[in-house]
Ligand binder design. Structure first.
Ligand code: NAP
Length: 275
């Protein structure tokens, strides 16, 4: 990319209106002195949207719900981590005109956790078995942690557990599970249904740290209950900032200003002191 020609990046998802990726990315490029713009697109036809990248000067695309798995067949190359996870959240349109898929969600989970704890040897109870859960299991195993899966649909949890060689239980058995850290990867508690929590308060006494992948609201019901039960709450902002920062590194080869990006996100979320 040259300073004369702005680099163009995009977010593909549906819906995308709520996403904080555009303000976070655009603020980061400005701070880094990179002439670039990042826009969101609400995609109806994924195949058509991917075909259009090839004819345009789009250098990178973030992929979000519901396309992280569906996008894989349309790409030319898939990086090993993304293949193992079975989901792509980042596309690089590289020099040779080819589209390469990456997954940075697992790095987001790992770096978000590492702000609070050391992963090796610790046990992690993961609620959910979708894309975020797959990224969490992969990342925790990469760093020497011990994951177990709890999912509402037991068969889906078992499928994920088989893929990564770890145990799984129906979510209804949460009361009998003890681990160092609980990670919520379900959407339960997300705005506008922020009064809901994926598990009962009393189950939280079995964990020291509780991470929620949700970042809006910042203090989910689960994290409020966790603080009340004496656990250390970890919101989803760290994961969000680090997965985005890793995308910027893939696209520009430069280290982005992660703390600055976090402040931009917190400001958008209307964080109060102490959040
Ligand atoms: P997904 O693939 O749709 O998976 C959702 C999982 O949640 C499934 O296992 C589903 O269980 C479970 N679930 C859904 N509703 C539930 C309910 N009412 N009770 C119990 N379990 C329920 O979604 P995803 O892509 O993994 O995303 C999940 C969450 O992570 C979203 O809130 C997303 O915003 C968040 N996320 C955050 C970041 C970040 O950067 N902070 C990044 C990625 C994702 P079944 O199998 O039984 O349907």
């Amino acid at each position: 990319m040259t300073e004369q020609t702005p680099a163009i990046f995009a977010l593909f998802g549906n819906p995308v209106g709520h996403s904080l990726s555009p303000p976070m990315h655009n603020a980061a490029y400005k701070k880094m002195g990179i002439n670039a713009s990042y826009e969101s697109y609400c995609v109806e036809d994924l195949q058509d949207a991917i075909t259009r990248i090839r004819g345009r000067p789009l250098e990178g695309v973030s992929v979000t719900i519901p396309f992280k798995t569906a996008v894989i067949p349309y790409l030319d190359e898939i990086e090993d981590d993304a293949r193992a996870i079975g989901a792509v959240n980042t596309i690089l349109h590289h020099d040779k005109g080819r589209l390469r898929g990456y997954n940075t969600d697992w790095m987001g989970v790992v770096r978000g956790l590492e702000e609070y704890l050391e992963i090796p040897g610790k046990t992690f109870a993961i609620l959910g078995a979708g894309g975020a859960a797959r990224a969490a299991v992969f990342g925790i195993l990469q760093k020497g942690g011990i994951p177990l899966i709890l999912n509402r649909t037991a068969a889906r949890g078992e499928e994920l557990a088989r893929a990564f060689g770890c145990p799984s239980y129906p979510l209804s058995e949460i009361g009998a599970i003890r681990a160092d850290c609980l990670i919520n990867t379900t959407p339960v508690g997300m705005a506008p249904e922020q009064e809901t929590s994926p598990i009962a308060k009393k189950a939280l006494v079995n964990f020291r740290w509780v991470m929620d992948c949700i970042y809006n609201p910042l203090k989910t019901q689960l994290l409020q209950d966790a603080a009340g039960a004496g656990c250390t709450p970890i919101n989803g902002v760290g994961m969000f900032v680090h997965q985005g920062a890793e995308q910027i590194k893939i696209w520009t080869g430069k280290e982005p200003p992660r703390e600055f990006m976090r402040q931009v996100v917190l400001e958008k979320l209307g964080a109060q002191d102490g959040d």
